[in-house]
Design a protein around this ligand. Sequence first.
Ligand SMILES: [Zn+2]
Length: 308
Amino acid sequence: MARPAFPRSLAEFHASFPDEAACARYLAQSRWPEGFSCPTCDHRDAYVLSKRRLWQCKHCGHQTSPTAGTVLHRTRVPLRPWFQAAYLMSTLTPGLSAVQLQRQLGLATYETAWTMLHRLRRAMVRPVRDRLTGPVEVDESLLGGARAGKRGRGAADKVIVIGAVEVRGEGSGRVRLMTIRAVTQAALEGFVRDNVVEGGLVLTDGLSGYHRLASLGYDHRPEVQGGAGNPRSILPRIHRTFSNLKTWLAGTHHGVGARNVPVYLREFEFRFNRRRTPMAAFQTLLGLTSQHPPQPVRRRRSEAESIR
Ligand SMILES: [Zn+2]
């Protein structure tokens, strides 16, 4: 049972997933690439109770749901809109807003679209995050407010974002972004330690808060802005990243309140880090790459979670 190749266009997507049954087949193939195997007795034959999206072992009767542990579990929204939402989210470079999703999928309410997007965004957070490997560029930037600029003394609604991006030839590797309360030595060092492998080469603009990185075991190389004779810009990758982040927030989401910035940073990271692997992004969004095996189903209908 081979999984279908990742659709390269919306037309191909519709051909690959024409209905609920096709989506259910894809889920099962993702869960059991070698074919069904009962988690209780290892028997390999099952009845498919399609209405409830359950697989029942022909030997012991144990019921398993291929959606357990995924965003698709216990939702009344059919599989196909979820697949469409995950596809759009993993292939549209700028992503999409709840209003756009509602329109694209013809959903009855904005709230349903918003809830779906929110669930898919939650799937973007990995429990364990690998640290970046050097060389990396590290810098901070200010989001929000009319006079956005670097390290300004922000008004209440401004948010300080610190970021690191891997230097890979002329291009960029992976990125990490987070908000910090203030540009303090503790915050800067904490970010680098949490996000960059020890001993890595770290490029910064030489802000004093970074000065102790060498004593923490990093190969720290502050780059100082060139004078008139040396106009080359320093840290081009992280500056480009901040610029793209700001454009994305302003364009796709029409600005984002300070409180919600962290969740959008996760989405930006997710998109950026999987920009060359939309298939992996799609499966991660649907929770199909989970390390956990499918969980047995407790048959309490009251647990059913509805999406309004
Ligand atoms: Zn069994």
